[in-house]
Design a protein around this ligand. Structure first.
Ligand code: AHR
Length: 498
């Protein structure tokens, strides 16, 4: 099947915010304990963090990480995680029915993140707590010294403040499952006042207010309108969450959910514009897609387990094993974020280690990269710069969730003397013969990597990682066009020097 596409040097979508490739990690399951942190593991460093896991995280080039939750944050007392470890209380985590030892808190997490060059994006508890605890937390984290909370931090051995700029005003506050869930108006007021207090402490901090927990919530998108009407002028981003699955075993429909995500972004973009106009506001509010991933393989089974279990410590929870099909989906979703980089400034893969994660780590055992690690890694490493418009003229399909879906999912990013093409052939059987015309560039091929040739249900594991990029063949630049064959069900990164 033939497919034509075109890009022009001057036809830009937007500068991509590096934080489009951010991540999320929660005190949940084995994400922190025996995920990134496992004192006593043969790979543990002097602080108890696993070097094998850290090396895999480092290769992802993650700009920012959201912490410590998630649902967990809505009943969390951040003060439990500071000071001498032996004095820290063990608490019940109401979100996941688990036991929280508090052996990792803000200072330990900061050591890990700093070591990896990742900025922290901190969530405050607006479920069981409020403005007072949020501003104390920020004072501990960001104030230089000479006050109760900042001097307490210094007494804990952290002389310099962390200067954290990204602050999430609670988590999924519309969700009935959330400790301290609130109606939109009440939450909007609380978010507004919390943002005001936090801005008084750190004027250049960015505030992220909770949108709906997903686009299937009964109050979506009215929730966003009401919340933003209360707090628009004091916030910078509104958060979106969405998890995806293919329980009906319909691959093309699964890929169609990426189009659905485009509609979700459009809707929230419209709500933002509506509220901005209504309030005659001067500031812009962007989208922070701070939880996204595939999550369905173990969802039902886990739901049954954790709701009745007896408060275990760091239990095995949501440890999805990802397939090649999931990797194609994740590559496509990242393409959608690149296409919508005018609106979406931050996006966090949820989560990073063990819990619905690209990296898995066995307790006292090996760590490995799941299939979805690779499209995330390649987008993060090569997808920095400016997103270009790509016009596509090729075969399309209809499915239950979307119509006119292109079999070719393609984006282009320009930066640092290169243009990088991310392309996915979503056709189940047919090769796509691509002819991509380049206007305004003199291009030569730098490299071509591809992931393909696997059974859709193939997976990686601790002993073998068959799903990984390999050097591609058959793509070239001829007369100013990128030409070549993309085999069915394959993911490609084509880097051009321009
Ligand atoms: O990422 C797992 C959970 O999904 C998070 O704790 C919550 O915010 C969302 O519902």
């Amino acid at each position: 099947m033939k497919v034509k596409a075109a890009i022009h040097r001057d036809f830009e979508i937007s500068k991509i915010d590096d934080r489009l490739y951010a991540a999320f990690i929660e005190h949940m399951g084995r994400a922190i304990y025996s995920g990134i942190y496992e004192p006593g593991h043969p790979q543990a460093d002097g602080n108890g963090f696993r070097r094998d896991v850290a090396a895999m995280v480092r290769d992802l080039n993650i700009p920012a990480i959201r912490y410590p939750g998630g649902n967990f944050v809505s009943a969390y007392r951040w003060e439990d995680g500071i000071g001498p470890k032996e004095d820290r209380p063990v608490r019940l985590d109401l979100a996941w029915r688990s036991r929280e030892t508090n052996q990792v808190g803000i200072n330990e997490f900061a050591i890990w993140a700093n070591e990896l060059g990742i900025d922290m994006m901190l969530a405050v508890n607006l479920g069981s707590r409020g403005i007072e605890e949020a501003r104390n937390f920020m004072e501990y984290v960001n104030h230089p010294g000479g006050t109760y909370w900042s001097d307490l931090r210094r007494s804990h051995g952290v002389e310099k403040p962390y200067g954290v700029k990204m602050w999430c005003l609670g988590n999924e506050m519309d969700g009935p499952w959330q400790i301290g869930a609130k109606p939109a108006r009440e939450y909007g007021r609380l978010a507004d006042e919390t943002a005001k207090a936090l801005r008084a402490l750190t004027p250049d901090a960015e505030m992220i207010v909770c949108g709906s927990s997903n686009d299937e919530m009964p109050t979506y998108p009215e929730w966003e309108r009401v919340v933003l009407e209360e707090c628009y002028e004091h916030v910078d981003h509104i958060s979106l969450h969405k998890y995806f699955g293919n329980s009906s075993r319909d691959t093309l429909n699964f890929f169609g959910k990426i189009e659905e995500t485009g509609r979700y972004i459009n809707t929230i973009g419209g709500v933002i514009d509506f509220v901005k106009s209504k309030k005659r506001a001067k500031n812009d509010v962007h989208i922070c897609f701070d939880e996204w991933n595939v999550w369905y393989h173990r969802r039902e089974e886990d739901g049954r387990r954790w709701r009745t279990w007896d408060w275990p410590e760091a239990p095995d929870l949501l440890e999805e094993t990802y397939t090649f099909e999931d990797a194609l989906f994740v590559g496509g979703l990242l393409n959608e974020f690149i296409r919508r980089s005018d609106r979406v400034k931050i996006a966090c893969i949820a989560q990073l280690v063990n819990v619905i994660a690209p990296i898995r780590a066995d307790k006292n055992g090996k760590a490995w990269r799941q299939s979805i690690y690779w499209p995330y890694q390649m987008a993060s490493v090569y997808g920095r710069g400016t997103a270009l418009r790509v016009a596509v003229d090729g075969p399309k399909y209809d499915c239950a969730v979307a119509s006119d879906v292109d079999y070719l999912d393609i984006t282009a990013v320009q930066g640092a003397g290169c243009v990088t093409i991310f392309a996915i052939n979503r056709h189940l059987r047919e090769t796509l013969d691509l002819r991509l015309s380049l206007t305004g560039f003199k291009a030569t091929l730098d490299f071509h990597k591809m992931i393909g040739g696997h059974d859709l249900m193939a997976t990686n594991g601790p002993d073998a990682e068959p799903i990984a990029p390999v050097d591609g063949t058959g793509i070239g630049v001829e007369d100013g066009n990128v030409v070549g064959a993309l085999p069915p069900l394959s993911y490609h990164v084509i880097r051009l020097k321009v």
